[in-house]
Design a protein around this ligand. Structure first.
Ligand code: 289
Ligand code: CA
Length: 134
């Protein structure tokens, strides 16, 4: 038990990215939006949900490290054009790429973060790097 706790702390220290109270982590695995949410939940966390630029930068750095786009915990599944966190709270911070969100093809209800840190609305069925926050 003690070894496992020390290992996790060392692992977080080496691989995690912190912003304020949050630590963001990825282990390289990928999944669609539902799988990403479930994976983070099973790990005792939440799909990474940036609420300010410091948190977005921490997530962005993980995307660059893995060279893989990632879903964030924001979507407009319930009401087209109204983006909300997983809690149902409407977002107040955003970092959309130019021209986004565009609901391309009429089916883009999830949000991916690009290697430049900007956001794009994208189909929830794509597979993306899973980044969790703790
Ligand atoms: O299927 C459309 C997506 O691949 C993306 O294509 C372009 O990058 C832009 O139109 C994006 O908005 C879109 O999500
Ligand atoms: Ca889009």
């Amino acid at each position: 038990m003690y070894c496992a706790s020390v290992f996790s702390l060392v692992w977080i220290f080496i691989n995690g990215n912190s912003a304020g109270e949050k630590t963001f982590q990825a282990n390289g695995s990928e999944g669609d939006f539902e799988t990403s949410k479930a994976t983070c939940s099973q790990a005792g966390g939440l799909l990474a949900s940036p609420r300010n630029s410091a948190e977005n930068t921490a997530i962005h750095q993980i995307v660059v490290r893995h060279n893989k786009k990632a879903f964030i915990g924001i979507n407009d599944i319930q009401t087209e054009g109204t983006f909300k966190y997983l809690s149902g709270e409407a977002i107040r911070y955003s970092n959309w790429a130019a021209g986004e969100p565009n609901n391309g093809g009429g089916t883009e209800d999830c949000v991916e973060i690009y290697p430049d840190g900007r956001w794009n609305d994208r189909s929830c069925n794509e597979k993306r790097l899973i980044i969790c926050e703790f």
